[in-house]
Design a protein around this ligand. Structure first.
Ligand code: FES
Length: 249
């Protein structure tokens, strides 16, 4: 298969960016999207040119590092799929493919398709942890957790922190990410002692990082590779309101 790539190239955070047209020829339909980029990079290097910088790690949909807007959609055309799990057979031979980085004020471009997502780390540092002694795994397993609560916590814990929710939101909101991290702990007994402090601190940090607010577009849910539902945002809003009122009292 042959493709024409339109790739965002930007030498550094302060440099101006532009779309560059690059050929991607002789691509196997069974290649993943990142393998296709690897091949393009090998050819660029062989020609003495600068390879395309892009983030990746596990290439199995686990780490959340791959962060590409493909043809205008975060992670590309397949629902519930990360860019690293997308295959070239999903495209037509001869297609033009537009590849851009996450675009959000809180995710500045580092180089080409790589953005700085350390804002997410700082939100987690603000409250995405438990400080009670939980012991080892066998101790945790002796704590009875109602099945429904355990399932909900697991649904929220599926978030891989890739940032597609932010990239797809017209407000650049991180509400789905923060809501998933808040809900993950709020549905477990170990997360109860700091439940109110946690939601206040994480939302405060989210605002400080420059993420926008949620106005119910629900683009985030549509592109989330783990299909985290927006009902976690509603849940977080209730927790935030309750915690704020109690803090004032
Ligand atoms: S590289 Fe890890 S989720 Fe895509």
């Amino acid at each position: 298969m042959d493709f024409t790539l339109h790739v965002w190239r930007q030498a550094g955070p302060e440099e101006p960016g532009r779309m560059e047209i690059l050929p991607a020829e002789g691509i196997s339909p069974d290649m993943s999207f990142l393998e296709m980029l690897d091949l393009v990079n090998e050819r660029l290097l062989a020609e003495g040119k600068e390879p395309i910088a892009f983030d990746h790690d596990c290439r199995e949909g686990i780490c959340g590092m791959c962060s590409l807007v493909i043809n205008g959609v975060a992670h590309g055309p397949d629902r519930g799929t990360t860019a690293c799990q997308l295959h070239m057979r999903r495209f037509q031979d001869g297609d033009s493919i537009y590849i851009e980085p996450w675009r959000a004020r809180a995710f500045p471009v580092v180089k080409d398709l790589v953005v700085d997502r350390s804002a997410f780390d700082r939100i987690i540092e603000a409250g995405g942890f438990v400080s009670v002694r939980t012991g080892g795994a066998p101790d945790a397993n002796t704590l009875p957790v109602p099945r429904e609560e355990a399932e909900t916590a697991m649904d929220a814990a599926a978030c891989i922190g890739c940032g597609a929710c932010v990239a797809s939101c017209p407000n650049g909101s991180a509400m789905l990410f923060v809501a998933a991290k808040v809900a993950h702990l709020a549905h477990l007994p170990q997360g109860q002692p700091e439940r109110e402090r946690r939601v206040l601190a994480m939302v405060q940090q989210m605002d400080a990082e420059g993420f926008g607010n949620c106005t119910n577009h629900e683009e985030c849910e549509a592109v989330c590779p783990k299909e985290i539902p927006t009902r976690f945002i509603h849940e977080m809003n209730r927790d935030y309101l309750r915690a704020g009122m109690r803090a004032r009292v």
